[in-house]
Design a protein around this ligand. Structure first.
Ligand code: B1M
Length: 212
């Protein structure tokens, strides 16, 4: 079994120290960080997600797998983030109100930092008021909203609407993403961009910042 399969399998078992150790070992063996992320960590997490959907595992198991995922990504972080010295723009990021999923949001943040962007991370369960206040305070170019639940994705519309009410809509781009989000949804709420993954989110945010 390859080391990437082992990482996936230990992640599924929630064995964080083992995941951490193998991620470090894979890096030492010269496996690219992106490959470790996709074929090791994300592979394991998507299997956990499938089992969660089928009621084969439950919230506690998912939580310990998520903790293992986070430990693995922490080791990968410096290799994924080759941050530019000069800041190229500012992004305010968070997971929308009512939603506690942050693994994808953290990956998006990491990739954006890797493009030399300053990222202000508001965490999870972020209200429209918090996004807009932080965008104003930090003179941000982009608000980036992540949602993983179909029940919370409509919070993104509240962010777009509040940015308009507060008169900053024409100065800021609003990006949306997360598993239930689609281009159609993005268009329907009047957001500026939907991207399906962390790498394309970072490219898009950089493009917005450079267009200012
Ligand atoms: Co939750 N959960 N969860 N969960 N969970 C899902 C999302 C679910 C699909 C599982 C399922 O049923 N198959 C389901 C949602 C169903 C739906 O809404 N239709 C679900 C549910 C129902 C729930 C609870 C309600 C369960 C319960 O309590 N009964 C509950 C809700 C809690 C809450 O938020 N209020 C809950 C809780 C949890 C845990 C706390 C246990 C844990 C989260 C831990 C954490 O994040 N710290 C958890 C997890 C881990 C998952 C799954 C298994 C994995 C999510 C994940 O991290 N994926 C998930 C099943 C699945 O997705 N297969 C599931 C890996 C991550 C890298 O992917 O976040 O999609 P993702 O990010 C991607 C892209 O979407 C994109 O980039 C990333 C990759 O490049 N992206 C963006 C993300 N944000 C972006 C923003 C952008 C652009 C791209 O621009 C701004």
């Amino acid at each position: 079994m390859s080391i990437l399969n082992d990482i996936s399998s230990f992640l599924q078992q929630g064995r964080a120290p083992k995941v951490k150790e193998l991620v470090a070992q894979a890096l030492e063996e010269g496996i690219p960080a992106q490959e470790i992320l996709e074929q090791g960590l994300l592979d394991g997490m998507s299997i956990v997600g499938e089992k969660f959907k089928n009621n084969e595992v439950f919230v506690p198991e998912v939580l310990i797998a998520a903790r293992a995922m986070n430990m693995g990504t922490q080791i990968l972080r410096p290799h994924l983030v080759e941050a530019g010295v000069e800041e190229k723009g500012t992004v305010v990021i968070g997971t929308v109100k009512g939603d506690l999923h942050d693994i994808g949001k953290n990956l998006v943040k990491m990739m954006m930092e890797g493009k030399g962007l300053k990222v202000v991370d508001l965490g999870v369960d972020v209200s429209a008021e918090q996004y807009v206040a932080a965008a104003k305070e930090n003179n941000a170019n982009v608000i980036a909203c992540s949602a993983l639940l179909t029940t919370t994705m409509n919070e993104m519309k509240a962010v777009v609407d509040l940015a308009s009410q507060e008169g900053i809509r024409d100065q800021i781009k609003i990006m949306v993403g997360g598993a239930p989000i689609t281009q159609h949804f993005c268009d329907s709420i009047g957001a500026d961009a939907y991207t399906p993954d962390a790498a394309s989110a970072a490219d898009e945010a950089l493009a917005f910042c450079q267009a200012v």
